[in-house]
Write a protein that binds this ligand. Structure first.
Ligand code: SF4
Ligand code: SF4
Length: 426
């Protein structure tokens, strides 16, 4: 599949209305990298709230999918009721994410699949007992979940099964092997999640779990290569875009940032933006930024405040980013050569191109949020960050003379024309 077809089919999938309904503040594993283990209090979300969310988050006219999850949803005694409720409201797909413990029972499987649970995402972080059981801190977890994954594949072949893997310093070297192991069991869809520096992950296990992307790029690239196998579907979460050179179609949709900052953690990010960072993110700022997937979102905002507003005249042409790769394709044509020709044409007409790196457009002048903001809300900043100021350079750019002052090019140009349009200058 060529990149254009691939990126557009992914854009279509992410245009679905996907809603995550959290029904349990509890879990029956003890993963050493758990994002939320500090917040596990053993309770279940109020029945009325769950049903209200399932109802209100349904959008007519969309392909609606509900993911009943967080933390281990299947231990909520009303798990089956919520599956039935979602189907009654006409969600086209009901999915859950699970460590697999509750599915280790014929009765449970029968109950949930008869209620019309259609997709199960199993969390496996290793391809053998030693690795997986260590990471989930639960002896016997690997054998048990694996046995029931095989059972479901055999007795409920209509159920879609996929795997999510949290990538960390302990399992990164085995990542391609983990995927190949499950492919041998006819699993062809994987959600690969980068470890993130909050809660217990960061506080207790920083040195043990966090790894350097550049030093481990070989394992990541060997993993992304597997996405080229027919029928394979690899989704990625919270990885920096530069980890995907040559596999740019796997870069996570930038709009996903909205759910990170404007959803559960809104109370955390909103005062930071609205106060022009006077209300700094005290729990993490400076402590975890260098390994945080939101580094660019937060630190661009801070950095931009001290920049002068741009003075633009008739000779300037602003090349803004776009919300979707399809819009980039529509505006600048299909091949990267067409885009480069467009840039060269404008340069030959003596235009100063704004937001284009020196290796493409010579000026290397960029707008900041301060140049384009209307108001200081989290919606305004997040939207403009996603559609314009979220720019990326390649790992190869480290060798470029202009590296330090350069911001690269907007993420959706990278997703459309790939990192290869950037040419380090020495
Ligand atoms: S980048 Fe933002 S969210 Fe991440 S650690 Fe720094 S201040 Fe916190
Ligand atoms: S090669 Fe990279 S660092 Fe150099 S100008 Fe181009 S984008 Fe910037």
């Amino acid at each position: 599949m060529n990149n254009e077809v691939n990126i557009l089919s992914r854009e279509k999938v992410t245009k679905q209305n996907r809603v995550w309904v959290r029904i349990a503040s509890a879990c029956n594993n003890r993963c050493i990298f758990c994002l939320d283990s500090n917040a596990h209090d053993g309770t279940f979300t109020d029945d009325e709230i769950v049903k209200k969310q399932i109802e209100e988050w349904f959008k007519s006219g969309y392909d609606n999918r509900v993911i009943i999850s967080w933390w281990e949803a299947s231990i909520n005694p009303k798990f089956t009721d919520y599956i039935k409720y979602a189907k009654k409201i006409w969600y086209s797909r009901v999915q859950t994410v699970t460590n697999g413990n509750m599915f280790a029972s014929e009765i449970f499987c029968k109950k949930v699949f008869e209620a019309w649970l259609e997709e199960v995402t199993f969390s496996f972080h290793g391809h053998n007992e030693k690795l997986h059981d260590y990471l989930v801190d639960t002896p016997g977890a690997f054998k048990k979940s694996l046995k029931w994954l095989i059972y479901i594949k055999k007795y409920y072949p209509q159920i879609i099964i996929n795997i999510d893997i949290v990538v960390n310093k302990i399992n990164i070297k085995f990542l391609p092997e983990i995927i190949k192991f499950f492919m041998r069991l006819w699993v062809y869809e994987f959600d690969i999640l980068q470890i993130i520096p909050f809660w217990r992950w960061f506080q207790d296990n920083k040195d043990k779990l966090f790894y350097n992307i550049e030093e481990n790029i070989k394992y990541l690239q060997d993993t992304w290569k597997l996405s080229k196998i027919p029928w394979m579907y690899i989704w990625t979460n919270r990885f920096p875009a530069e980890a995907f050179e040559w596999y740019e179609e796997l870069i996570q949709d930038p709009r996903k940032i909205k759910s990170e900052v404007m959803w559960e953690s809104r109370h955390f990010f909103e005062p930071f933006i609205e106060s022009n960072w006077e209300k700094i993110l005290e729990e993490c700022y400076g402590i975890a930024c260098d390994i945080c997937f939101l580094n660019q979102y937060c630190n661009d905002f801070i950095k931009n405040q001290s920049k002068e507003k741009l003075e633009l005249d008739q000779s300037c042409e602003i090349i803004r980013g776009e919300e979707f790769p399809s819009q980039v394709l529509e505006k600048y044509w299909k091949q990267k050569e067409d885009f480069i020709n467009y840039i060269n044409l404008r340069i030959s007409e003596w235009k100063k191109l704004i937001n284009i790196p020196k290796c493409l457009g010579w000026t290397g002048i960029y707008e900041t949020y301060v140049d384009i903001k209307d108001n200081n809300t989290i919606e305004d900043y997040t939207y403009k960050y996603i559609t314009n100021t979220y720019r990326k350079k390649s790992l190869r750019c480290n060798n470029c003379t202009y590296y330090n002052d350069c911001e690269g090019i907007h993420i959706n140009f990278v997703r459309t024309y790939w990192f290869s349009i950037l040419k380090p200058i020495n």
